[in-house]
Design a protein around this ligand. Structure first.
Ligand SMILES: CC1=C(CCC(=O)O)c2cc3nc(cc4[nH]c(cc5[nH]c(cc1n2)c(C)c5CCC(=O)O)c(CCC(=O)O)c4C)C(CCC(=O)O)=C3C
Ligand SMILES: [Fe+2]
Length: 369
């Protein structure tokens, strides 16, 4: 363990956790969904369906409480290392909105903010859209805006892979026969094929980032437990126009295909998400587990990384490394897997979507935005 001091977080005077946001009660669901889908061609039927997922949980997404836990865990880890860096929280689509959080922080003297975006992987949705959002917040705040830096995507931070390996190891103890000969179905959020292509322009794409994390986790599990097993990547939560291609296979189709090949035990490992928010609580814990049951496949769902110590500690290492580089010190970024760390400043053109590409086809005659 390194010994840190307050100066180790300089030049930053706050860490912003920037997340998606989610509704806290039934009345929030429709305005939240309107925020999320503004300017996107999401069919009305899909919105009604997703609204139902939230209503089924009393209109409350678990994501906000999970983000508060993340904020607290980061604050605690920083304090434990003797670093006094306030952690603040703002969302793209629901209260507390990033703009409000930043306005508030600036009013109390915050000048330079480092941002942790709660998506591990780089794509338009998980990366550039947050950058556009932060640029918009700066624009709205004008001369009152603090200066904002953003941490690189953390999918290949060693702590992230290790925390996932721990979670899968624990899930294996809840299934007959454990890891030996099991099939690990890694799951992430589907994105349109065009978004996948855009993610691969300046570095490894969204899918390839996941395949790399999977390889790291698999070799960690093989070494730790001296076992052999199969694994594959599947996708959940596709939306958009059904005519537009998104990454496949869908996790439910994939479980059916595995069942028809004779697979009887699976571990569903949601490496695409850092906490058990709605996609995990509904699309995996309800839908995918039901599909497995119907197919006679024994299935357990591994935890998301949440606030596991090894994950939080890795994030804090990244934060302090970035601060050191901003001070002009030569500190190499720490990564696992076969790709280099993504650059501290996202290269021009990375993850860029052309207008209309997110859902591909403009809604009837292109009249809609
Ligand atoms: C890659 C990715 C992540 C993972 C990275 C990360 O973890 O951030 C993610 C996270 C999340 N997505 C979330 C919610 C929603 N996403 C939607 C729509 C979309 N997501 C997309 C992609 C992603 N999304 C895409 C390409 C769309 C189509 C429209 C568009 O191009 O933007 C819609 C609209 C309805 C629907 O169509 O599903 C909702 C309600 C929540 C909150 C959950 C909660 O409340 O607990 C979270 C964390
Ligand atoms: Fe989403």
């Amino acid at each position: 363990m390194t010994t840190a001091s307050n100066s180790d977080s300089l030049p930053y005077d706050a860490l912003l956790v920037c997340s998606f946001g989610g509704p806290n009660q039934s009345e929030d669901v429709v305005p939240f969904l309107r925020n999320v889908t503004r300017g996107k061609n999401i069919p009305e039927e899909r919105l009604v369906e997703v609204g139902e997922h939230y209503y089924r949980f009393g209109g409350k997404s678990p994501i906000n409480e999970q983000n508060l836990q993340l904020v607290e865990a980061l604050q605690e880890e920083l304090s434990d290392r003797g670093v006094n860096l306030p952690v603040i929280w703002g969302n793209r689509n629901w209260h507390p909105y990033t703009t409000d959080t930043l306005r508030d922080a600036a009013a109390f003297g915050t000048q330079r903010v480092l941002t942790l975006v709660t998506s591990a992987y780089a794509s338009y949705s998980g990366s550039r859209q947050y950058r556009e959002h932060l640029a918009e917040a700066v624009n709205v705040l004008g001369s009152a805006a603090p200066s904002i830096d953003i941490l690189r995507p953390f999918f290949n931070d060693p702590g992230f892979a290790l925390a996932n390996a721990d979670a899968i190891g624990e899930a294996a103890s809840r299934i007959d026969g454990g890891l030996q000969d099991v099939h690990i179905v890694y799951v992430t959020h589907s994105i349109p094929d065009t978004m996948q292509e855009a993610s691969a322009v300046t570095g490894p794409g969204y899918r390839e980032q996941h395949l790399d994390v999977m390889a790291t986790i698999n070799s960690e599990l093989e070494t730790r437990h001296s076992v052999s097993f199969d694994s594959s990547l599947a996708y959940c939560s596709r939306s958009g126009d059904p005519r537009v291609p998104w990454l496949e296979p869908d996790v439910n189709d994939h479980i059916e295909a595995l069942a028809s090949q004779g697979v009887r035990r699976i571990i569903i490992a949601p490496i695409g998400f850092i906490s058990d928010h709605m996609e995990v609580a509904f699309d995996l814990d309800i839908e995918a587990l039901e599909t497995a049951g119907e197919q006679g496949v024994q299935a357990v769902r591994a935890d998301t990384v949440g606030v596991r110590k090894v994950f939080i500690s890795g994030l804090v290492d990244m934060i302090l490394e970035r601060a050191a580089r901003e001070r002009g010190e030569e500190v190499a970024p720490t990564v696992s897997g076969s790709y280099a760390a993504f650059p501290d400043i996202a290269p021009p053109g990375s993850c860029r979507m052309r207008h209309g590409e997110v859902t591909g086809i403009q809604v009837i005659a292109g009249e809609d935005d």
